[in-house]
Design a protein around this ligand. Structure first.
Ligand code: GTP
Ligand code: MG
Length: 258
């Protein structure tokens, strides 16, 4: 079996689903640091691909290539809810339970006939856990940076988050800015144009999401997975994948006025 086995994803608490493929300090026990891809390639732990041997399985439990994605942003912006919406298709309504430390979930996506496993790290937004989060940045292939469109402070703090990302994350990390809680029209205090302007200023792809309604949640993760996959497996004459263009096109074809 040359493909790696991914978490089953049926039970959020299953050990496989929550078994990390890496840690801030390096590989987990028993991890080889490599997985093989269905196109006859070997993928390094960091998602890089090298032509090698063929895949033997088409099972949905297996993946071709894996990446680490981290959710960051102030406490209460909806990181955990976004992840739960993406993974389970549900919204965590009711009282807000702040994340303690860091947690993760796996999900395998079909991207251009390839199974791309995302290991998604849900960080705690509270200041007191910041040092824990710092340790994980360097392993992340992509970061989803969230603010809450109903919370001006969470938006104002984006510049500080970008400085943090600059200080701790890999230089070539895939980054995307998300204005979450777009469903809350009555409580909105940050206009979409403000988000767009900030994203342009820092050259970061941007869109609004809602963990509550599901708006753009799948798209955010798929876009990041596509970008990572294209970077790893780019054919010599293949045009560069442009994340923001892809997102705009997908939103347009979905008839989204957001
Ligand atoms: N209306 C609305 N509420 C949301 C949305 N996403 C999250 N919430 C609510 O916002 C609160 C905080 O959500 P969480 O996902 O726990 O926030 P978090 O970013 O994980 O917070 P920390 O774990 O403390 O960093 C909860 O009460 C959620 O129900 C959304 O898209 N729309
Ligand atoms: Mg949380």
């Amino acid at each position: 079996m040359s493909r790696k086995k991914a978490g089953k994803g049926k039970n959020a608490n299953s050990s496989e689903d929550r078994q990390p493929t890496g840690s801030p300090t390096g590989k987990q026990k028993g991890e080889t640091g490599k997985s093989t891809v269905g196109t006859g390639s070997v993928v390094q732990a960091n998602g890089m691909v090298h032509p090698s041997r063929p895949s033997l399985s088409n099972s949905s439990e297996f993946y071709d290539i894996a990446f680490k994605v981290m959710l960051v942003g102030d406490s209460g912006v909806g990181k955990t809810c976004l992840l739960v919406r993406f993974k389970d298709g549900a919204f965590l309504a009711g009282s807000f339970i702040s994340t303690v430390g860091i947690d993760f979930r796996n999900k395998v996506l079909n991207i251009d006939r390839l199974k791309v496993k995302l290991q998604i790290w849900d960080t705690a937004g509270q200041e007191r856990f910041r040092s824990v989060t710092h340790a994980y940045y360097r392993d992340a292939n992509a970061l989803l940076l969230l603010y809450d469109v109903t919370n001006r402070t969470s938006f104002d703090n984006i510049k500080a988050w970008l400085t943090e990302i600059h200080d701790y994350a890999q230089q070539d990390v895939v980054l995307m800015l998300l204005g979450n809680k777009a469903d809350a029209t009555q409580q909105r205090v940050v206009k979409r144009e403000d988000g767009e302007r900030l994203a342009k200023e820092f050259g970061v792809p941007y869109m609004e999401t809602s963990a509550k309604s599901g708006l753009n949640v799948e798209l955010a993760f798929t876009a990041v997975a596509k970008e990572l996959k294209h970077r790893s497996m780019k054919e010599p004459n293949e045009p560069k994948f442009k994340l923001q263009d892809y997102v705009n096109k997908e939103m347009k074809s979905a008839g989204c006025a957001c």
